[in-house]
Design a protein around this ligand. Structure first.
Ligand SMILES: [Zn+2]
Length: 589
């Protein structure tokens, strides 16, 4: 710690200037100024943006990179690999690197965008750095277009407008900003200032957005036991058509949501769910994080076993704290849980490799159609559910996963290195219940199914088939076609009836026996079939019509209902209250 402080004290501040004089071009103009440079300087772009866990090669969006010294004399700038330039040694100790970087993301808020209406950036997506000065303090001046204003998650530097500072490049690159004529809602709570900035003026209808977010804020803080920041920026890019996603940051979250998020209740529930998920990350991953996820080596991947904790446990707590605080209802919580159970049951990826392997390989693109990083969210949240309910049951309601999270956060949330696999298991045992380390191992170190129903029974809750969507025989394929189109197969589950019949992904299914199929009628047609009775499946493969015989498997309900059992015992009912009831009233002064 002392050594790190001394090091940053001797490194001169790196100064950044981000301008946007021509928004329609989608290019930010960036200038980076280094002082006390006594040797050739390497200048690089991050290979990834934290939170995305994929290599996205920001350098590919950069044009016109050039360097000068303090007297504006040109310095040689030679590209030495895909993301790094070597800048010649300056005569006067100053290097100014200038470049243009393209920003035109749509539908998500993972990277950056600049257009005639707004600018938004996760700074790791537009800022370069000198690897040997990664620990040097940084200063950022944003020059908004015209009369635009700026909301930025970084700490303001002095009294100059739109100027910010950070102790090192990791914190600077973690910053987010929104520029434009945006709408803002704010509140103070627990000693921190919260800003909600919306890229365009939303019609909130009768939604109390600030109040609902405050409920989420209080319940999340109650889980972890403290508020680890003095400011937090909820940055929303609102899209006219679709859009959903977000990336967590130390002092904020960058999110993309549909403009109509405040109309139908279900759309608003999704908006609150996204907000809540990203907010829980302020503890789980931004501060309490798996070893390897910061401080970063921005040149390459940084795999970990524990992204199912980083994302899945965050999904679990995101929904939980929204319901505990009353921003969403228990019925909505159970509905989302039911959807999660159906998604998990239909995911062959989790039967192909372990959850720890899904985490480790997140960075690795795969052509195997049913392997998806989303498994870390869907299965990971169910692992958290099982651990939570089992700990509550094993300790007679004295402990819960909340205690485990608070303990792990308390021990590792403020240190530079993240928690290890062993520390995670130790917290489950010491702050949770005996044997929980082995329970975790059973669920994450090998592929397989997970019995969430048994865990739900501990709190008197059941998952039953939804009578409104009758069970259909199991085929083991997935299609994503819609409307009157023929269903095209996205993937075939290994070992399924569809696999046994010799069907392949990309086959275009046109008929079952002699009945024409359409995507919108698929479930209805499948429901007419008898398990065990062969059906002729006609399909086009590579332009040729073919037919195979398929034997439908045992029926599965397409939808589930999760609900409290009418015959739950008083003890189960009180555990249910302890699990889903508000905590913040008891813990917030
Ligand atoms: Zn997340």
């Amino acid at each position: 710690m002392v050594a790190a402080l001394t090091l940053s004290a001797i490194l001169a501040t790196t100064s950044y200037r981000v301008a946007m004089p021509d928004p329609a071009s989608h290019f930010f103009n960036v200038e980076v100024r280094f002082e006390q440079v006594k040797a050739p300087l390497r200048f690089a772009f991050p290979a990834f943006s934290p939170g995305g866990w994929k290599i996205d090669e920001i350098a590919g969006n950069v044009l016109d990179l050039a360097a000068v010294d303090g007297g504006r004399r040109i310095l040689p700038a030679v590209k030495i690999d895909k993301q790094t330039w070597e800048i010649g040694k300056p005569g006067d100790g100053t290097v100014v690197v200038a470049y243009r970087v393209y920003a035109n993301e749509k539908g998500t808020a993972y990277a950056a965008r600049l257009n005639t209406a707004m600018a938004q950036a996760n700074l790791a997506s537009i800022l370069g750095y000198a690897p040997e000065r990664q620990r040097a303090p940084g200063r950022l001046a944003i020059e908004p277009f015209g009369d635009w204003k700026v909301a930025c998650s970084l700490a303001p530097a002095g009294s100059q407008p739109f100027t910010y500072e950070a102790p090192d490049f990791d914190v600077l690159a973690d910053g987010i900003f929104l520029a434009g004529l945006f709408t803002e809602v704010g509140f103070d709570d627990g000693g921190a200032r919260y800003r909600l900035a919306f890229s365009r003026a939303p019609d909130f209808k009768d939604r109390k957005v600030g109040d609902d977010v405050r409920k989420i804020v209080r319940e999340a803080a109650a889980v972890f036991g403290e508020t680890p920041y003095d400011r937090y920026l909820f940055l929303y890019v609102l899209e006219a058509e679709g859009g959903h996603g977000g990336i967590e940051h130390l002092y904020g979250a960058s999110m993309c949501a549909p403009l109509e998020s405040f109309e139908e209740r279900e759309a608003y529930r999704k908006f609150l769910g996204l907000t809540s998920h990203e907010f829980v990350h302020a503890w789980n991953v931004k501060r309490m994080r798996p070893a390897g996820l910061g401080p970063f080596d921005f040149t390459k991947e940084s795999p970990t076993h524990n992204l199912y904790v980083a994302e899945g446990f965050t999904s679990y707590y995101g929904n939980l704290v929204a319901t505990r605080g009353g921003a969403t209802t228990r019925e909505e919580y159970f509905k989302s849980l039911a959807e999660g159970l159906v998604t998990d049951r239909g995911n062959p990826g989790i039967r192909a490799k372990s959850l720890e392997a899904h985490s480790w390989d997140w960075w690795l693109p795969s052509d195997i159609p049913y392997l998806t990083y989303r498994t870390n969210y869907t299965r990971g949240s169910l692992v958290a559910l099982v651990l939570d309910l089992e700990i509550r049951s094993a300790t007679g309601g004295n402990r819960s996963l909340d205690d485990v999270m608070r303990s792990l956060y308390g021990r590792t949330g403020k240190r530079a290195s993240g928690y290890t696999d062993a520390e995670l298991r130790e917290a489950l045992v010491t702050a949770g219940a005996p044997g929980m380390d082995a329970r975790l191992d059973a669920m994450v170190t090998r592929p397989g199914t997970l019995d969430a129903a048994a865990a739900l029974a501990l709190v008197g809750v059941e998952a039953v088939p939804d009578p409104a969507s009758p069970a259909v025989p199991f085929f083991g394929w997935r299609t994503s076609s819609a409307g009157k189109d023929f269903p095209a197969l996205d993937w075939i589950e290994p070992g399924s009836p569809a696999a046994a019949a010799g069907l392949q992904d990309r086959d275009l299914i046109v008929a079952l026996d002699d009945r024409r199929l359409s995507a919108e009628r698929l479930d209805k047609e499948l429901a007419l079939l008898q398990p065990g009775t062969p059906v002729g499946v006609s399909f086009f493969r590579d332009g040729t019509l073919r037919k195979v015989e398929l034997i439908p498997g045992a029926p599965v309900p397409p939808k589930l209902i999760v609900r409290p059992r009418a015959d739950a015992t008083p003890e189960q009912k009180s555990r249910l209250e302890a699990w889903l009831g508000a905590r913040s009233a008891a813990t917030t002064p």
